[in-house]
Design a protein around this ligand. Structure first.
Ligand code: 13P
Ligand code: SF4
Length: 334
């Protein structure tokens, strides 16, 4: 009898009442055994919506921490506690606090790719799928401090026409795309639609006709009748893109070194079916957060969930409605 680990995982998750969530950057075999697959905002939302008391988050640790911050009563498991992120490690709490203190009247808008400590000294969290909406909800007279991703921050500053103070962090995967080679690729494939994640450098983004979160990029491939796409983001998303558009040619945007396979996020790819099975059997590794820290981080994360899921509407002059609570920054100074 052949050994079917996927079937075992399906059996175990049912028996133990665990919901499995997976990010689009996980390998295809992990996406296929998950109950929910999506981008970081969708996964945070599903963490709140699933009925199971236990969640196994197949992604990176900050995603699992986000679920724990919002759902302290749930057990949150991960396949590998070593699944970090260069944005998280590039924004150590002490240095981030010093930077935050330099702009006491600013609104600290923090990318979800950050530690729980950094979230706890932030005013509002964003993901790449809801950041524009959240920035619109902040009064224009308040300076914006954005971190840890300088590329996403620069993109949002440009889109909103506002000045941002930027923390100088970056995603080690998305910075590797080569603008020069991408330009060459567009010449070789003039019929291809270029789509990119906003964690890419602006020199790469300038060639993209669609810039968005992983789910936005997937939606574009799904709905755009074009037959060829050049995709500047992590390779895991190709799994769903090929499923929704088996007729289309999906090309990876080039990196400077094309032999390195470096558009695989090494942290996301630490997770395996074997580790998932072990986590379900042993109920660990488990995400644990000190309660005071969790509660502080929850304020900024809950704001993101509220603003993202609401329809703030427009004023009679057509301007977006500003969320009054954002004026007061109750979490800061801590
Ligand atoms: P998304 O919010 O698009 O899922 O991005 C998460 C991420 O880590 C990108 O590198
Ligand atoms: Fe972090 Fe980049 Fe990996 Fe996303 S792809 S988890 S931002 S290192």
């Amino acid at each position: 009898m052949s050994y079917d680990i996927a079937a075992e995982i399906t059996e175990l998750k049912k028996k133990k009442n665990v919901a499995i969530l997976a990010h689009y950057y996980e390998s295809g075999d992990i996406q296929d055994i998950a109950d929910y697959v999506g981008d970081s905002y969708y996964l945070a939302k599903m963490g709140q919506e699933v009925s199971q008391p236990h969640i196994l988050m197949c992604g990176v640790v900050f995603m699992a921490e986000g679920i724990k911050i919002l759902n302290p009563e749930k057990t949150v498991l991960v396949p590998d506690l070593g699944a970090g992120c260069s944005l998280v490690s590039g924004a150590p709490y002490d240095q981030y606090l010093q930077w935050r203190l330099k702009f006491p009247t600013g609104i600290a808008v923090t990318y979800i790719n950050s530690s729980a400590q950094v979230k706890a000294i932030s005013d509002v969290i964003v993901t790449s799928s809801n950041a524009k909406k959240i920035i619109e909800a902040i009064p224009r007279n308040r300076p914006i401090l954005f971190g840890p991703d300088k590329h996403l921050g620069a993109y949002l500053a440009k889109e909103s026409g506002r000045h941002f103070e930027l923390w100088q962090g970056s995603c080690q995967v998305h910075v590797l795309f080569s603008a020069k080679k991408l330009y060459q690729q567009t010449l070789e494939h003039p019929d291809a639609v270029v789509i990119a994640h906003p964690e890419c450098d602006e020199n790469v983004l300038q060639y993209a006709s669609v810039i968005g979160s992983t789910s936005r990029l997937l939606e574009e491939v799904h709905k755009n009748p074009a037959r060829k796409f050049i995709v500047a983001t992590e390779t895991g998303i190709f799994h769903q893109m090929k499923k929704v558009r088996p007729d289309a040619e999906i090309l990876q945007a080039p990196t400077a070194d094309e032999t390195c396979g470096c558009n695989d996020c090494p942290f996301m790819k630490l997770n395996t079916l074997l580790k998932i099975k072990a986590a379900l059997l042993n109920f660990q590794p488990e995400i644990k957060l000190e309660e005071n820290l969790r509660a502080k981080a929850q304020v900024a994360l809950e704001r993101m969930m509220t603003i993202s899921s609401s329809q703030p509407g427009k004023t009679p002059s057509g301007k977006p409605v500003i969320w009054p609570e954002i004026f007061t920054c109750p979490t800061f100074p801590i």
